[in-house]
Design a protein. Structure first.
Length: 594
C-alpha cells in the first residue's frame, strides 16, 4: 500500500473565522480564538481547510470552450446570461457566473492577523503563513479574472469596519501587485518539493501558479490594448513568467515522462502506445517527475468519481478541436501535401495524425473496458448519446479502462494540480511574446512534449496553417503553433477559456465547427446502429458547406442566431456584480454592458 500524508479538509478555517470571543473565556472542551493559536500545528490544521481551493478531479473543466460541446448550451457563450440578484452565501452556492463571495478571503485574513500569537520555529510558522498567502493570492487571481477591479482587503472585516466594507473597488494593477507579493512570499518560505509533505504546497507549485498569473495578465494586457498601461506592464509580467518557469526548469527536478501501463491500457493495438493518456490514470504520482503537485488517492481511504463521471458528462470534443491536430510530421492537415486522409470516418481522421489524437478521442485502437483481461470497445451508440459523447468525439482523457475505476466513487488514480508540461508551455509562450523564443527554448519546452509522443519537432519558422483559427487578428506562425500545442496538450485541464480571454480570441467561438461533431458520411452511417442518424429519434444533425455534421444545439439556435459573436468591447470579458451588492454599497459600480 502507498503510504502518504493525506490532507483532510477540516472546517477549522470556517469555524474560527465565524467565532469571536466577546467574554474572554476559554472553555476547556472547545476551541476559541483565545485558546487556539498556540503551536505551528494549529497553523497547519487551519491551512488544511483552504486546500479545497486547489483543482480536484473533474472531467468538465473545459466544457465551456471551443474544445467541447455540451448537452445543454452555455448561457454565457450564447450571451443569455443575466445579472445575479444576490451574492452566494456559501461556497457550494458559488457558480461560474456568480463568484462575489468573500468568506474564503476572510478566512485567510483571519489567520494572517493571528498567526503571530503562535510560539515555535520561525521557519515552520512561516511555512504555513506562506500556504495561506498562496491561497489568498489564488482567491484574488480568480476575482481579478472574473470582475476586473475588486476591493483589496488584508484584514478580516468586522461589522464595525464600515469604511472598509463600503469602499470602492481598487485598481486591478494595484491588487495584482499584492497578489504577486503573496506568491513571492510563498516561494521564499515554502519548502522545496523534496522536503515537503506529500500533497502540501511547495516552492515550485507557487512558482507555477505565479507564472500562470503573469502569463494571463501579461498577454491580456497585450491583446486587450493595455500593454504599457498601469504599474504592471505586459512586458514586466511576461518576463516574470519566464523567470519563474526558468527556475523550475533549471532545477533539474522535473521532466516529461511516458505514462506507464496501469495494467490494462497497453492492450491497445500495436503501434498505438498510450504514453500521453496513461499519464492521467496513474495510481501513484508521488514519484512522477512530471508532477509538481498532486491530489493523492488511496483505495478505502480517499477516493473520487472521475472514472465514472468522465463517461457520463454529456459532452464531446468539437469538430474544430479534432481538426486542430497536426499530422505527425508537424504539417497542418489542410496544407498541400499534408497526407491528411480526410474525415470519412474516425480511422481516416486518425491516420498519420499527432499521436495524442487517438489518446484523447475514443476509437477502436484503444480499450474502453478491460474485463477479465479482455479488451472491449465502447458501444458506438454511447459515443453520440445525449448523456455520453454528444459529438462522436468522446474524450477519453482521465478514462481508465479498468472497470473497477469506473464504479461510483471508486476511482483511486491521482490528480495533477500542477503539471510540468504547463511550465514548459508557459515558458515557450512568454518567450515568444517577448521575441526571445530561440530554437534552444523550443527544444527544452515544446519539443519535450512532442518527444513523448514521437512527433516532429517545432522550429522557430513553422509553416503557416492554410486554414488558421480566426482570432480576429493575426499572430506570428511561431506564436500560433505554440498556442495550438497548448490547446492539445492541456485539453480538459480547465485552462482553455482563460486562454481565449487573455488572447482576446473569443472570436474563435463564431466558427460553427466549434459546435459540430463528426461528419455524417455513408461509412459512418454503416458503422453505427440502425437509425442513429435517421428516423424519429435520430441524433440532431446540420448541413454545412455541403456536408452533414452532428449538431447538438440545432433545436435551440440556428447558426445565424447563435449569439456567439464577440468584439473587443463585449461585456462578457468580465462578469456582472450582483445587484444587491450595488444597492448595499453605492461606491461599487457595475461592470460595463451589464
Amino acid at each position: 500500500m502507498k503510504f502518504r500524508h493525506y490532507i483532510y479538509l477540516v472546517l477549522m478555517a470556517g469555524t474560527l473565522s465565524a467565532c469571536e470571543d466577546y467574554t474572554n473565556l476559554s472553555p476547556m472542551d472547545s476551541f476559541t480564538d483565545e485558546s487556539y493559536w498556540n503551536t505551528p500545528n494549529d497553523l497547519k490544521l487551519y491551512a488544511n481547510g483552504l486546500y479545497g481551493l486547489l483543482s480536484s478531479p473533474n472531467p468538465a473543466l473545459d466544457g465551456e470552450s471551443d474544445n467541447f460541446v455540451t448537452t445543454n448550451y452555455s448561457s454565457y457563450l450564447f450571451d443569455e446570461l443575466t445579472v445575479p440578484e444576490e451574492s452566494p452565501e456559501s461556497t457550494p452556492a458559488v457558480t461560474a457566473y456568480n463568484k462575489w463571495y468573500w468568506n474564503d478571503l476572510r478566512s485567510c485574513n483571519y489567520f494572517l492577523k493571528r498567526y503571530d500569537r503562535v510560539k515555535g520555529s520561525e521557519e515552520e510558522i512561516n511555512r504555513y503563513v506562506a500556504e495561506v498567502r498562496f491561497f489568498r493570492g489564488l482567491i484574488y487571481f480568480d476575482m481579478l479574472k472574473t470582475y476586473g477591479d475588486v476591493p483589496w482587503y488584508d484584514a478580516d472585516l468586522q461589522t464595525s469596519d464600515k469604511e472598509l466594507l463600503y469602499k470602492p473597488r481598487d485598481n486591478k494593477d494595484e491588487v495584482l501587485g499584492h497578489v504577486i507579493e503573496d506568491f513571492e512570499y510563498a516561494i521564499e518560505h515554502l519548502p522545496e518539493k523534496s522536503s515537503s509533505e506529500s500533497g502540501r504546497l511547495n516552492k515550485d507549485a507557487a512558482r507555477t501558479q505565479l507564472a500562470r498569473i503573469c502569463l494571463y495578465f501579461g498577454t491580456y494586457k497585450k491583446y486587450h490594448h493595455e500593454a504599457g498601461t498601469g504599474s504592471q506592464t505586459s512586458e514586466s509580467l511576461l518576463k516574470k513568467a519566464v523567470e519563474q518557469t526558468d527556475a523550475v526548469i533549471n532545477s533539474g527536478n522535473y521532466d516529461i515522462v511516458k505514462g506507464q501501463d496501469n495494467g490494462c491500457d497497453q492492450l491497445a493495438y500495436a503501434g498505438y502506445p498510450l504514453y500521453y493518456s496513461n499519464l492521467f490514470t496513474q495510481e501513484d504520482l508521488s514519484t512522477s517527475k512530471e508532477c509538481i503537485l498532486a491530489r493523492f488517492y488511496e483505495p478505502d481511504v480517499l477516493q473520487h468519481q472521475l472514472g465514472r463521471q468522465v463517461q457520463e458528462q454529456g459532452m464531446g470534443l468539437s469538430k474544430d478541436f479534432a481538426e486542430s491536430f497536426l499530422m505527425k510530421d508537424g504539417t497542418p492537415i489542410y496544407n498541400a501535401g499534408s497526407g491528411y486522409h480526410g474525415d470519412e470516418d474516425m480511422d481516416a481522421e486518425l491516420a498519420g495524425r499527432d499521436p495524442r489524437m487517438y489518446q484523447i478521442i475514443d476509437n477502436k485502437h484503444r480499450p474502453y473496458y478491460v474485463r477479465n483481461g479482455e479488451r472491449v470497445q465502447n458501444e458506438l451508440a454511447n459515443v453520440v448519446g445525449s448523456s455520453k459523447g454528444v459529438t462522436g468525439y468522446q474524450c477519453v482523457k482521465y478514462h481508465a479502462a479498468n472497470t473497477t475505476q469506473q464504479e461510483a466513487n471508486n476511482s483511486t488514480y491521482d490528480w495533477f494540480v500542477y503539471r510540468y508540461a504547463e511550465v514548459l508551455l508557459i515558458n515557450a509562450e512568454a518567450n515568444a511574446e517577448l521575441g526571445t523564443c530561440t530554437q534552444a527554448v523550443l527544444d527544452k519546452t515544446v519539443n519535450k512534449l512532442r518527444d513523448r509522443v514521437e512527433m516532429a519537432h517545432l522550429t522557430t519558422s513553422p509553416v503557416a496553417d492554410a486554414r488558421p483559427v480566426d482570432y480576429g487578428y493575426t499572430v506570428s506562425n511561431l506564436i500560433y503553433e505554440i498556442r495550438r500545442e497548448r490547446r492539445i496538450e492541456l485539453v480538459a485541464e480547465g485552462l482553455r477559456l482563460d486562454d481565449l480571454k487573455r488572447w482576446n480570441g473569443m472570436k474563435v467561438m463564431e466558427n460553427p465547427k466549434t459546435m459540430f461533431g463528426i461528419k455524417i458520411t455513408p461509412t459512418v452511417i454503416s458503422q453505427y446502429p440502425a437509425n442513429t442518424f435517421t428516423g424519429e429519434n435520430a441524433r440532431p444533425t446540420i448541413e454545412y458547406q455541403g456536408a452533414k455534421y452532428l449538431y447538438q444545439y440545432k433545436s435551440s439556435k440556428s447558426l445565424s442566431e447563435t449569439g456567439r459573436k464577440w468584439s473587443d468591447k463585449d461585456h462578457r470579458w468580465l462578469l456582472p456584480l450582483p445587484t444587491q451588492e450595488l444597492t448595499l454599497n453605492t461606491n461599487l459600480v457595475q461592470n460595463p454592458g451589464w
